[in-house]
Every structure is written in structure tokens, then in C-alpha cells.
Design a binder for this molecule. Structure first.
Ligand SMILES: [Zn+2]
Length: 113
């Protein structure tokens, strides 16, 4: 014997529709917040890397009695950085170290010290 099919009442259908609407509204609010939080985290990570590069430049300049405008090479500061290399921008930007006295920059707008 098969079970008889149960039909949903109007109230049950209205309740299910309300729950779906509430879930949709919550997702519409939460998903953009997550996306924005992820973008902010990426920018902060890039700025952190630029700060580390700048610190390594300052250390190199102090150790080598460098003057403002002296050119620093990647190999000069890489040993002072994590894992002995220049970090990569988490958003795919390219870092320009710049001479002593100028901040290092990332090629992506908004990623700056
Ligand atoms: Zn960057």
C-alpha cells in the first residue's frame, strides 16, 4: 500500500514562502559584507607587505649609510624579509621598491602606504 499524498495547507505554503524570503533577504545583506571584508583583508595584507619592504629598505639604508635617493635592489633587502624574498601582493599587483626616501608602491590603486 502506498501512502496517501499530503497536500500542504495555505498556511504551510505561506510559512515556507516567508522563510525563503527571509533567507533571501539575509543572504542579500550578508554576501556583500563578506565580499567587502575579503577586499579589505587583501588591501590590509598588501599594505602590511609594503610596510615590511619599507622596513627592510630602512634597515639596509642604515647598515650601508645610504642617502636619500640611493637605489635599493631586490636582492639587497630580500634577506631581511620573510622567507628571504619579496612578498607578492595577494591581489596580483607588482611591487616597485623605489629608492631610499620613497615609499614602496603596489601597482594596484588603493594599495599604498
Ligand atoms: Zn597590492
Amino acid at each position: 500500500m502506498s501512502k496517501p499524498k499530503q497536500k500542504l495547507s495555505r498556511n504551510q505554503l505561506a510559512c515556507i514562502a516567508a522563510i525563503i524570503c527571509i533567507c533571501g533577504a539575509l543572504l542579500a545583506v550578508v554576501i556583500p559584507k563578506f565580499v567587502q571584508a575579503r577586499k579589505t583583508a587583501i588591501v590590509n595584507a598588501c599594505i602590511n607587505y609594503l610596510t615590511q619592504i619599507d622596513g627592510a629598505k630602512e634597515q639596509w639604508a642604515f647598515e650601508h649609510h645610504a642617502k636619500i635617493g640611493d637605489v635599493v635592489k631586490t636582492n639587497d633587502i630580500a634577506p631581511d624579509l620573510y622567507k628571504g624574498k619579496i612578498p607578492n601582493c595577494p591581489d596580483g599587483g607588482i611591487y616597485t621598491i623605489n629608492p631610499i626616501g620613497s615609499n614602496p608602491v603596489c601597482s594596484i590603486p588603493g594599495h599604498s602606504l
